[in-house]
Design a protein around this ligand. Structure first.
Ligand SMILES: [Zn+2]
Length: 114
């Protein structure tokens, strides 16, 4: 969480860090129209099993609510992120994410899901 908070700045106040164990997979901020979580899941090569830390810092330096929006929550789930920690006004909160349903039938070699 400290890493994500440290990555926030005045213009793009939300940052997202993806970790797998102690290994950092991605560190991103909000873009002009892209949320930090979406950037992070785009950067990480193998986000499955990762833990996301999403931080929002307000202009006065205090923490804001950084609960992922429904779109980003869906992206985190599809990327296989297992848990997300996000800042709240008073500290932080944690949510275990559901794992995507296993897809059946299994892929035939050379076949791809749309
Ligand atoms: Zn979002």
């Amino acid at each position: 969480m400290r890493k994500a908070l440290g990555h926030t700045h005045r213009i793009t106040s939300v940052a997202c860090a993806l970790y797998n164990g102690s290994r950092i997979l991605a560190l991103s901020t909000n873009g002009a129209s892209v949320h930090a979580e979406r950037n992070a899941t785009g950067i990480a090569k193998y986000p499955a099993g990762a833990v996301a830390y999403v931080a929002r810092a307000r202009k006065d330096g205090s923490r804001g609510l950084a609960r992922p929006c429904p779109v980003c929550r869906g992206r985190l789930i599809l990327a296989g992120v297992v848990r997300v920690y996000y800042t709240t006004y008073t500290g932080y909160a944690m949510e275990e994410l559901p794992q995507p349903a296993r897809r059946y039938p299994p892929l035939i070699q050379g076949e791809q899901y749309a």
